[in-house]
Ligand binder design. Structure first.
Ligand SMILES: [Fe+2]
Ligand SMILES: [Fe+2]
Length: 318
């Protein structure tokens, strides 16, 4: 049996540090500090859970989409999110956690997922606002993750980001169609933007001076930009798009600071963020309950797939 000495660990740590300093990639076979591994397992599994739970607010409208074409587009989008979830679960498994463990953590309420998916979707315009704002925020967060120091995460992000930009455009297009419609449709679009704007800003996480793990993630090159920096980039992307749509971003204090060359945002209601995070959002219980049911109802599919795989394996061995 191999024994690890302090000298080995120091050498391993030095090799890891050198890779990070050179902006190179860490592969699953490489030695990595336990904290780095734990941080990634937490972040990547939360990301995977968010993709999966994120299917629910939109699935709510698949059966009620206003046309066959809209239904087909929405179904494709929601299926993409399932794909993102599976892709990310696989990438997380390379760190030594099983898919079953991650699923258990989610359905038992021990894991987190993005709070944004705990908000309801009362109108069709919410499909537009989610695509434009929620997928838009996801892109701002995820494009820098394509260069994440952990290679499997970065690789997963490259493909996911391509699909996210389609999602954002389809959301924008839904809102644009509504804004070109009747007075009532325009109001519906604006109300959906009002509902989703602030929660989408909260997707970037707490302000920098209240984000204790950020600095470490940046040192490890998991994260490339701070929460506030990403949030400001997102708003800078939204402003001209909101103008093109003819919707108003519901922040009367939003202004361009010429000196700093950046947008200054109004005050974010972090109490609401904490409430939703603590499980007291409008749909937390419903989302988890639905996920639990889907897992139980899907048991026969998993059993059938396992039986089939075993049969194929036996056939190949014979
Ligand atoms: Fe996604
Ligand atoms: Fe998406």
């Amino acid at each position: 049996m191999e024994t690890t000495t302090d000298a080995d660990t120091t050498a391993d740590q030095a090799a890891f540090d050198a890779l990070i300093a050179a902006d190179a990639r860490i592969e699953p076979r490489d030695w990595m500090p336990d904290d780095y591994r734990r941080t990634l397992i937490r972040q990547m599994s939360q990301h995977a859970h968010s993709e999966i739970i994120g299917m629910q607010p939109e699935a709510n409208w698949i059966t009620r989409a206003p046309s066959l074409q809209r239904k087909a587009i929405l179904m494709a989008k929601v299926q993409d999110e399932a794909g993102h979830g599976l892709y990310l679960y696989s990438a997380t498994q390379t760190l030594g956690i099983t898919r079953d463990e991650m699923t258990e953590q989610l359905i038992e309420g021990r894991a987190r997922y993005s709070s944004i998916f705990n908000y309801p979707t009362p109108t069709w315009a919410d499909m537009g606002a989610i695509g434009w704002l929620v997928d838009g925020a996801a892109i701002c967060n995820q494009v820098p993750l394509c260069r994440c120091s952990y290679a499997p995460y970065g690789r997963a992000m490259v493909r996911i980001c391509k699909e996210e930009s389609f999602h954002q455009r389809q959301g924008f297009e839904i809102l644009l169609t509504l804004m070109r419609g009747t007075e009532e449709q325009r109001r519906m679009a604006q109300e959906a933007v009002d509902r989703w704007y602030w929660p989408s800003l909260m997707m970037f996480g707490p302000p920098d001076d209240d984000s204790p793990n950020s600095a470490r993630s940046m040192a490890w090159r998991i994260k490339r930009f701070s929460n506030d920096e990403l949030r400001r980039r997102f708003v800078a992307m939204l402003v001209p798009q909101a103008e093109a749509l003819g919707v108003t971003l519901p922040d009367p204090d939003l202004r361009w600071d010429d000196e700093k060359q950046q947008y200054e945002l109004g005050e974010i209601d972090w109490t609401e963020f904490q409430e939703v995070l603590a499980g007291r959002g409008p749909c937390n219980a419903q989302r988890l309950q639905r996920r639990r049911e889907a897992h139980e109802e899907g048991a026969w599919v998993r059993e059938a797939a396992a039986a089939y795989a075993q049969k194929q394996h036996a056939g190949a061995a014979a």
